[in-house]
Ligand binder design. Sequence first.
Ligand code: DX5
Ligand code: ZN
Length: 223
Amino acid sequence: MKENWIAPSILSANFAKLGEEVDNVLSAGADVVHFDVMDNHFVPNLTIGPLVCEALRKHGVTAPIDVHLMVEPVDRIVPDFAKAGASIITFHPEGSIHIDRTLQLIHDCGCKAGLVFNPGTPLSHLEYVMDKLDIILLMSVNPGFGGQSFLPSALTKLRQVRKLIDESGFDIRLEIDGGVKTDNIREIKAAGADTFVAGSAIFNQPDYKKVIDDMRAELAKAG
Ligand code: DX5
Ligand code: ZN
């Protein structure tokens, strides 16, 4: 089993002081910065692009930056994010006509690559590309906004993907995104996740370290 990664989603951070927010959440014990990119086309919201990723790197952020692209098309923006300092780039299969080519493009740009599945998206997209994946991200909300409730159907899907990964023998992380809180992270881990995105659960609390410590304590109970 892989080391657990906690990946705060900066979507719920205070954008007026983003560098400080990211520094604070990393010093509170976060492993990865989850960076939500929305285009007001693939999802009904508009957020941040490569300039902001580059600004975080220039600010001194050295932790992995996990860029979750909720955009369509995908390919044009991939090299820009790689240049801006992205470590991992994930995208939704609905956003790219040629998913195999997009995964290759992300690798060619020097980043780790992953596919993201909306709650209603079937897992069949995985069938021929397992060898090209570093991470699989399951959405436990419909993408577009922070602060939504965790959809329990994601637990069934997590168990299915955990099995596919284990049977494949490939070294692939399993990430969950949406509605992750201290009180459900344990069952999410038990269902097979190893990478936990949490936005509002962390940034809406005054003490980031307390939330992350509490989450780790819950994860430890899951074994
Ligand atoms: C939703 C985003 C998530 C979101 C999670 O479209 O992909 O990363 O910020 O926020 P919470 O943890 O508040 O559900
Ligand atoms: Zn996300």
